[in-house]
Write a protein that binds this ligand. Sequence first.
Ligand SMILES: Cc1cc2nc3c(=O)[nH]c(=O)nc-3n(C[C@H](O)[C@H](O)[C@H](O)COP(=O)(O)OP(=O)(O)OC[C@H]3O[C@@H](n4cnc5c(N)ncnc54)[C@H](O)[C@@H]3O)c2cc1C
Length: 483
Amino acid sequence: MARRPTIAIIGAGFGGIGMAARLLQAGFGDLTVFERGDRVGGVWAANTYPGAACDIPAPLYSFSFAPEPGWSRRYPPQEEIRGYLERTAERLGVLPLVRLGTEVVDARFDDAGRDWVLTLADGGVHRADVLISAAGQLTRPSIPPMPGLADFAGTSFHSATWRHDHDLTGRRVAVVGTGASAIQFVPHVVEQAAHTTLFQREAPHVVPKPDRVYGPRLRTAFRRVPGLLALERLLTYLRLEWRAIGFTRRPELLRVAERMNRQLLTAQVRDPARRAVLTPQGAPGCKRILLSDDYYAALDDPAVEIVTAPITRVLRTGLRTADGADHPADTIIWGTGFTATEFLTPMTVTGASGRELSAAWRHGAEAYLGISVAGFPNFFLLYGPNTNLGHNSIVYMLESQFRYVLGAVRRLTRTGEALDVRPEVQRRFGEWVQGRLAATVWARGCTSWYRTASGRNTQNWPDFTFAYRLRTRRFDASNYTAA
Ligand SMILES: Cc1cc2nc3c(=O)[nH]c(=O)nc-3n(C[C@H](O)[C@H](O)[C@H](O)COP(=O)(O)OP(=O)(O)OC[C@H]3O[C@@H](n4cnc5c(N)ncnc54)[C@H](O)[C@@H]3O)c2cc1C
């Protein structure tokens, strides 16, 4: 390829914005970012529910190449993170390259032209030499298929599509789910609703949130003292990273979270029967460990009922559970998470010789380093299979991927090749990942969004994040065939 390649990126969250910024800095300016939403920010544009905030400290949950001294607190709210992403996209020249409101519905490798042909939801077609998916893992809200869903006469919505026009004041609200989003919005619901019924399948491990306000003096210091913000980032990284030992090697070390959880429960929930219902049973860390100072306190309210019987159907006027009880509700809020394991759907992706990604992934998504899939030349995934974490910042993983993909783009620019990872390299890597996962806390038998219906963990990285950075620090062309 004598000329610089044309590049298409799908998604304008942390992944798409950061990758585009890195490519621009490296001189690859012929790129387009497709975003189906109406603003940039990815999950931080979509999830506007009350209480939404990051649970990794912002100095680390932000780009190392775009440090932000102005965070209001350690765990800032959604709107601050969305604003940061939009500002960063603008400052680094990415914003003009983003086509908002444009969904990619199909991506197909053209064997003859050796480029990618994208079909857009509006029928448009776009061609690019390189295709980078930054479509995220947590963008497709999941509402469990349940009889009677369409019959409900009240208002119902998912936490990722919050109905801000719907006032909860004085209503009977049913909240389904107790995951990372629910524990953030439940205190706000309880404050407004007349009565809250919380449907809990498995009690999560909730531990205190070590939040703190970054006051004006500290923010000025972050701005003025060279290296201070970078030091805060590094210390945060180290404080979180050691926990990888617990998640990936010695789950018994995570018992410390159990102790913290019991103390918090005892301090915030007075009724012993309610405490028992809220006491987690599984291994801490098997499902994400959640941070909150107000979740249990909110559930201590007598206007809250916690239901553990499984929901069997939606009624016109509420929800029915397996014990035959009916639970009236004016509003149902689904805090039921996302279909994370169905990477990239509903988009269809077809590689060389008509190979379909859905077929290649019929036993679960898999990619070499979470980035490359055999048979899909010049196609790179960000935050792809097995690059999610339980203990540290996804942005750190994404930045490792930016560097690796940039290396690949430089290589294919020099040589004009279409790079395709060798199947045996992908297979060996996949075997290593699955072998390692067996020793992790996620293999301790809980149901979680990390695993497919057949039980395969297609989401999580089973090692230290610096081990991932080492593996991805240089593009390893020998593991690829070049056509
Ligand atoms: C509420 C919430 C809180 C979180 N908090 C944290 C945290 O504290 N720390 C942490 O490390 N991680 C957190 N995460 C995980 C989070 O997903 C990642 O940290 C990170 O935001 C992923 O960025 P991304 O760009 O890869 O994906 P996303 O932010 O999901 O962005 C993907 C974008 O791609 C677009 N897209 C997808 N398919 C198409 C298509 N076919 N055509 C066009 N556009 C498309 C989507 O609309 C979306 O805007 C959180 C997730 C959620 C949902």
